[in-house]
Design a protein around this ligand. Structure first.
Ligand code: SF4
Length: 202
């Protein structure tokens, strides 16, 4: 039986891994690194946890001691939207931790409706992977199953979610795109009224 690693700590943050599902197949994703990684990684969930399992993992990890709890993981957290919302509500009701969602920004396409109002009062921050300012580069790099619909949808998601969540940031990864592309990403974020952050490559 494979190990289930729903909650894992990194510094002051506790990361939650809710699902393996994702509508993308990014060329840089660890999910592409072969069967060994897929099959043996402790982050590969043997089944998708329900809320009670996530709650048990939070309690076992002593979640109240963390400053921030982050929905992240091996897949796209909003694929497991109901569990995500129930978990965020539980954390908010029982601790002082800030709650952040790391996402590819495609939740509204996944669910075929605007889900951003559901995050109100439950998330303190959303971090969206922008990856590039160029729609064609995005399509070839992230390979979303929604094809050309995806890039405009993630920009729209950023614009909408900032009405419901206090801190919205879009990110790219340093050294993966040109400085010119980074400048264009900054411009996109300025126009959307969200923050832009270049994450370290690791
Ligand atoms: S969006 Fe994230 S989980 Fe999905 S394929 Fe890309 S890197 Fe992997």
């Amino acid at each position: 039986m494979k190990q289930m690693n729903i909650a894992y700590a990194v510094k002051d943050g506790l990361y939650l891994n809710l699902t393996n599902r994702c509508p993308c197949a990014c060329t840089f994703c660890i999910r592409n690194e072969g069967d060994g990684v897929y099959g043996s990684s402790p982050l590969w969930l043997e089944h998708e946890p329900d809320f009670e399992e996530v709650k048990a993992a939070l309690v076992a990890a002593d979640y109240k001691k963390y400053k921030e709890i982050i929905f992240c993981g091996y897949g796209e957290p909003t694929e497991a939207l109901d569990v995500l919302l129930e978990t965020a509500r539980f954390i908010k009701e029982t601790s002082d931790a800030k709650v952040r969602l790391n996402t590819n920004g495609l939740a509204n396409l996944i669910h075929q409706k605007d889900v951003t109002p559901l995050f109100k009062g439950l998330l303190d921050a959303v971090s969206i992977s922008l990856n590039t300012s160029k729609a064609d580069v995005y399509l070839n790099t992230c390979r979303p199953r929604f094809k050309e619909e995806a890039f405009p949808a993630l920009l729209e998601f950023a614009r909408l979610v900032k009405n419901h969540v206090p801190s919205v940031t879009m990110t790219t990864v340093s050294t993966t795109i040109t400085h010119e592309d980074e400048d264009a990403c900054q411009k996109i974020c300025d126009e959307l009224g969200v923050k832009y952050r270049i994450r370290e490559f690791n």
